[in-house]
Each structure stands twice: as structure tokens, then as C-alpha cells.
Design a protein around this ligand. Structure first.
Ligand code: NAD
Ligand code: UDX
Length: 437
């Protein structure tokens, strides 16, 4: 497993839990040192136990030497980052290509080189070219195996996926059968689950990942716009989402309105798909519009908080509950909290924030004057408005009466709909949520 970040580490630990022997190659010295000591450099529920037990059993090892890691490997997974390239939003493939060159130098026998990173269409063929250029004699196949796990529920998603997509070079007839055999054995432990293995071509597999993430991003943007409409028309988005979602063609999930989607995948993958479509002179207006709708959403949410304070937050204290892009992660990448808190700081607000695990990661990204608090009640101390940005479970049971006692003014802007409107009003709050009367 080349790369021991979110995807590499979770995949490696799960494959090891399935009984395979997994060597993780990680070049970041700090991450590697932590992993070797059994410390997990990211917050992901259950991952520490899985990493420690499989390391102790000798099935999971960490190092920075690719040559020793690939000895005898039947499959070599590339799980390095593909961040957006500065300027145009296309995926930056420098880490993937570097990994391919390193793998080419290190392999001593046949292996399937599998791309787990999210990469643009054509990348797996490019990886094959890079390896062929470096080692014309080498016997290998490439496969595209995009990952669909979500942060916060990564282990369960990996072990019980709806489907596993495996793209192979359909033109390379004999190679395909050999590579398919290896990939079937790698995923055989999932045979007991409901997961379907979908074998397809390289290009289809690569595009399926971007299409899936963009579709989900579009679904979220759709419900966010419906929430706005519900507010205008006196309808309730919860009833609307349930009514829509019970149609199995639509589905219940990913219909929760909020402050705009964030994270390390949806924002970058929607941009990358727009770019792929532009380069192919093909239209992808729905995805381009989704990107714009989501950007506008984050700005609008900052405006909504300011409006809830009577149109100005200068000198007002804003309590912020939740900073990470979603609960159960310490990941701050593209979190809606970043633009929203900067907008509030520019408008002169005093920010008192609390997040159960994201505060360290948040510090370099949020306004310097943000005050980090010990817990939710501490954040609410003397606040003129309380804003919910991330729906951590620990916030759900907060007593409205106790919150009201802490605050200077009783105003709550709940951008994740975690509180009961009636209970909040009974406690004397001016309470706003999203898409609910
Ligand atoms: P990450 O930044 O957390 O991890 C990447 C790791 O690779 C880093 O630790 C880095 O030091 C290491 N690395 C880079 N080059 C290396 C090399 N040559 N050899 C060894 N290690 C190297 O990234 P991530 O969030 O795990 O994402 C990885 C890929 O998976 C991306 O393409 C992403 O789009 C995709 N993906 C991510 C998620 C997610 O939820 N984070 C889900 C699905 C797919
Ligand atoms: C996503 C994809 O779901 C996953 O399949 C892929 O592998 C990586 O990208 P992740 O980014 O970890 O996973 O989290 P996800 O649960 O999808 O949430 C992404 C963003 O959408 C978060 O900001 C979340 O708050 C937001 N969201 C999600 C909503 O606003 N409403 C919803 O109904 C669902």
C-alpha cells in the first residue's frame, strides 16, 4: 500500500484484518514514526484498535522502503493524494506518477498495480506507460479500484461496501484474466457481504468514482436549494426529504440540508470532473452548477448568521459548535466553517468555538482571533448567537435551558437541524434552522 493517509491506512488495516499481509509505504517521516509506534495520525473511529491488533499479529507493517515492501507482492495499491492543482482545479498527479516510477524500480516479479487514489480518466494507462518506460522487461498489469469509503465510518464502509469497482485493461485480453484473478482473491473476504464486484474497463472505473461523488454533491446541493424554497413557502424540508426519499429511485440518504458540503473529496472531485468534461469538449453543466451553488451556499450561511444578529456582528460574540466538515473526523479540509468564520471575523465578530476533535487541525485555517473553548457550554458563555456547523452527537442532547442561561442573547442558528424547534422556542430562543418553519 503506497501511502498511509486516510484511504491507504484504512484499506491496509482492513485488508490485514481480512488475513492478508500488508506492507504500508509512507514517506512522511512524522506519520511513519507515529504508525510504527502504534499511534494513529488521523482520527477515525475504530482504526487504532485495528491497526494495533494487526501490527501485533505481524500482518501489517510500516516502512519507507518501497523495495522491501513490494517483495512478493501480488498487488501494489497506490493510495497517495491527488489534490486540486493550483489554478485550474484539475487533479495534481505528481504523487501518483512518482509512486508509479518508484514501484517500477522496485518490482522483482509480476504484480497488479492498482490505483486506489481518485484519478482522472486515462491515469491508469499513463501509469502503465510510466512503468513500461522505466522497466520495458517487467511483467505487470494495471487496475483501477477507486475507493468509496467515507471519513468517520471508513472501516464499516470498507468492510461492507455496496459495491467494489475494478477496472481492467479490456484490450489486454490475457493480462486481464490474470489481473482479475488477483483482484478477485484480494476481495474474496467480502464474499459474505452484500457487496457486488463490478468488473469493467479502466476508463469506466475511473469515471465512475468522479460521477458518484459529483452525483452525491449534486443531491446535497439540490436539498439545500429545496430547504431555501421550503423556508420561503412555509414547507418543511424534513417531510419533503422523507417524502422524496421513500421513492427507492431517489433514496433517503444524502438528503440532509446544511451549510454546504465540504471534505477532501466532493469539492475537489466536482472541480476535477468539470475540468475533465471541459477538456473533452463535453458538457457537464449540472456539476459546474453544483460547484457554484455550494460556494454560494457557504457565503449565504455567513450572511444568515449576520442577519440573525440584526444585520451586524461587530463586537458581538458568536458561539460556534462544530468545525470539521462532518462529525467523527478531525479533518478540516474544505470545511464550511472556514469561509463562514472568516466572513464573521471580517465583520468584527468575537468567535468562541468548540469541536470535539478538530480544534488542532482547525487552528491554522480559521481566523487567528478565534477563541477555542473547553466544551459547548463554555463556547456559549456570554454569546449573542450560537451557531451549529457540524452535527456531532454530543451537541444533540444539550439542554436548551442551560444554553439559554449561558448566553447574553437567546439566538440560535442551527445549520444542521439538530435541535427541536419547539423545545428551543420554549426555552425562549429565537431559533432558526434550515428548511424548517
Ligand atoms: P492523504 O493526504 O491523507 O494521504 C496520502 C498519503 O500518501 C500521505 O500520508 C503522503 O505522505 C503519502 N505519500 C505521498 N506520496 C508517497 C509516496 N511516493 N510513497 C509513499 N507515501 C506517499 O490522502 P487521502 O485522503 O488518503 O486520499 C488519497 C486518495 O484517495 C486521493 O486521491 C483521494 O481523492 C482518494 N480518496 C479519499 C477519500 C477520503 O475520504 N479521504 C475517500 C475516497 C478516495
Ligand atoms: C465522500 C463520499 O461520500 C465517499 O463515498 C467518498 O469515498 C469520499 O467522499 P466524505 O467526504 O468522507 O465521503 O463524507 P460524506 O459523508 O460524503 O460528507 C461530505 C460532505 O457532505 C460533508 O460536508 C457533509 O456534511 C455533507 N453532507 C452529506 C450534507 O451536507 N448532507 C448530507 O445529506 C450528506
Amino acid at each position: 500500500m503506497i501511502g498511509g493517509g486516510y484511504v491507504g491506512l484504512v484499506s491496509a488495516a482492513c485488508f490485514a484484518e481480512f488475513g492478508m499481509h500488508v506492507s504500508v509505504v509512507e514517506t512522511n517521516a512524522e506519520r511513519l514514526a507515529a504508525l510504527r509506534e502504534g499511534r494513529i495520525p488521523i482520527y477515525e473511529p475504530g482504526l487504532d484498535t485495528l491497526v494495533v491488533s494487526n501490527s501485533q499479529a505481524g500482518r501489517l507493517v510500516f516502512g519507507d522502503d518501497i523495495a522491501s515492501a513490494v517483495v512478493g507482492a501480488e498487488a501494489v495499491f497506490i493510495a497517495v493524494g491527488t489534490p486540486p492543482r493550483n489554478g485550474d482545479g484539475a487533479a495534481d498527479l505528481q504523487y501518483v506518477h512518482a509512486a508509479a516510477r518508484q514501484i517500477a524500480q522496485a518490482l522483482t516479479g509480476y504484480a497488479v498495480i492498482v490505483t486506489k487514489s481518485t484519478v482522472p480518466v486515462g491515469s491508469s494507462r499513463r501509469i502503465a506507460e510510466i512503468i513500461r518506460e522505466a522497466r520495458p522487461d517487467l511483467d505487470f498489469d494495471v487496475a483501477s479500484n477507486p475507493e468509496f469509503l467515507r471519513e468517520g465510518s471508513a472501516i464499516d464502509d470498507f468492510m461492507r461496501p455496496d459495491r467494489v469497482i475494478i477496472g481492467l485493461d479490456e484490450a489486454g485480453k490475457n493480462g486481464t484474466a490474470r489481473a482479475e484473478n488477483v483482484m478477485r482473491r484480494v476481495y474474496r473476504p467480502l464474499a459474505q457481504s452484500a457487496a457486488e464486484l463490478v468488473f469493467t474497463g479502466l476508463e469506466t472505473a475511473e469515471l465512475t468514482k468522479y460521477a458518484s461523488n459529483s452525483f452525491l454533491a449534486m443531491k446535497i446541493s439540490f436539498i439545500n436549494e429545496m430547504a431555501d424554497l421550503c423556508e420561503k413557502l412555509g414547507a418543511n424540508v424534513e417531510g419533503l426529504a422523507r417524502g422524496m426519499g421513500l421513492d427507492t429511485r431517489i433514496g433517503q440518504r444524502f438528503l440532509n440540508p446544511g451549510p454546504g458540503y465540504g471534505g477532501s473529496c466532493f469539492p475537489k472531485d466536482t472541480l476535477a470532473l468539470s475540468r475533465i468534461a471541459q477538456e473533452s469538449q463535453s458538457g457537464c453543466r449540472l456539476v459546474e452548477t453544483t460547484v457554484q451553488v455550494n460556494e454560494a451556499r457557504k457565503a449565504a450561511m455567513a450572511g444568515r448568521i449576520i442577519a440573525a444578529c440584526g444585520g451586524a456582528v461587530n463586537g458581538r460574540t458568536v458561539a460556534v459548535l462544530g468545525l470539521t466538515f462532518k462529525p467523527e473526523t478531525d479533518d478540516m479540509r474544505e470545511s464550511a466553517s472556514i469561509p463562514i468564520l472568516h466572513r464573521l471575523a471580517e465583520a468584527g465578530a468575537v468567535l468562541r468555538a468548540y469541536d470535539p476533535v478538530g480544534m488542532e487541525a482547525a487552528k491554522p485555517l480559521l481566523p487567528a482571533q478565534t477563541i477555542y473553548c473547553a466544551d459547548a457550554m463554555d463556547a456559549a458563555q456570554g454569546a449573542d448567537v450560537l451557531v451549529v456547523l457540524t452535527e456531532w452527537n454530543i451537541f444533540r442532547a444539550l439542554s436548551p435551558e442551560s444554553l439559554a442561561q449561558q448566553m447574553r442573547a437567546k439566538v440560535v442558528v442551527d445549520l444542521r437541524n439538530i435541535f427541536d424547534p419547539d423545545a428551543m422556542r420554549a426555552a425562549g430562543f429565537v431559533y432558526q434552522s434550515v428548511g424548517r418553519p
